[in-house]
Design a protein around this ligand. Structure first.
Ligand SMILES: [Zn+2]
Length: 297
């Protein structure tokens, strides 16, 4: 009898402890990364859906890149929560330029995908990208699904169709979607070009349709959406420290996110990773330098 009482008491305590674990802020985080989306274009940019979501949620036009302002280190930082000094990623190569301070058991960057896999092995996570090398910055053994779109320039809608299919079919806990079109325009025609500006409403519409698929999947109300970028352009290039290259927009909206809120604290790429981790109350390692952006209600 005494043993039974102890057992019941232990179960109650266990239950109470488990109850204490904070409830996820939302069940799904969908990150849409627009490669080469610079703040410089936002005065004139025709992006009605993105502007609407900036009102619907929280946003800043002053998110700062890590250095150098190129894709590899800036996508890596938004997933691994660390600056270049920790990740060793300074280029678009498939390996760090110098010895990283931390790597996973798979010899990869410790991204939020890795942390999620450790904490919730059953969680569905995925990456869909238009830039094949984007996957160099993801521990592929820690995502349930990854797909690089073939010939994205020839099939601009493929990224929408593939992302929508994946979201509707799998309802991922975390999904990172990478769209390359603006960077392509920036390199081909340059910062401020008519071609770049003409691509913006098309990209805006692709974002809208991807978000729409979350509604069709029935997860919209239990999701947080993040629209982010890796760098801007100067002329037809990037990698330098000019304002046009290092200032990028960020929009966050959805469940538990402040509405019509301008983010005023300094935001650097690696804070995006910490913000994603916070949604699931994932404990981040001390190698991370990112802090959750103050967008939560
Ligand atoms: Zn880029």
């Amino acid at each position: 009898m005494k043993r039974l009482v102890y057992l019941v008491a232990a179960l109650l305590v266990l239950g109470a402890c488990q109850e204490k674990k904070e409830k996820d802020i939302a069940g799904h985080v969908i990150v849409i990364g627009l490669d080469g989306w610079g703040t410089w274009c936002m005065d004139k940019a025709e992006v009605p859906f993105i502007r609407e979501m900036m009102k619907e949620g929280s946003g800043t036009l002053d998110k700062r890149t890590v250095r150098p302002s190129i894709s590899g280190p800036n996508w890596a930082a938004q997933m691994n929560g660390t600056p270049v000094e920790v990740s060793g990623i300074t280029g678009n190569e498939d390996h760090p330029t110098f010895k990283p301070l931390v790597l996973t058991e798979h010899n990869a960057q410790p991204t939020f995908f890795h942390l999620m896999r450790l904490e919730r092995p059953e969680a569905e996570t995925g990456v869909v990208c238009e830039w094949d090398d984007f996957r160099n910055y993801v521990d592929l053994q820690c995502v349930s699904y990854e797909k690089a779109i073939d010939d994205p320039t020839g099939h601009p809608d493929a990224i929408v169709e593939e992302s929508a299919r994946y979201i509707k079919e799998k309802k991922p806990a975390i999904c990172f979607i990478h769209i390359d079109a603006l960077d392509h325009m920036g390199h081909s025609y340059g910062q401020g070009s008519a071609e770049y500006m003409a691509e913006l409403p098309k990209v805006d519409d692709r974002v809208r349709r991807i978000v729409e698929s979350a509604r069709e999947a029935g997860i919209y109300d239990d999701s947080i959406f993040i629209i982010t970028s890796d760098h801007g352009h100067e002329g037809t290039g990037h990698g330098g420290d000019s304002t046009n290259e290092i200032e990028t927009p960020l929009v966050v909206w959805g469940k538990g996110i402040k509405k019509n809120h301008e983010i005023t604290e300094p935001v650097i790429q690696y804070d995006v990773a910490a913000t994603v981790a916070k949604v699931f109350h994932i404990k981040t390692p001390n190698s991370w330098r990112g802090v959750p952006i103050e967008v939560f209600e």
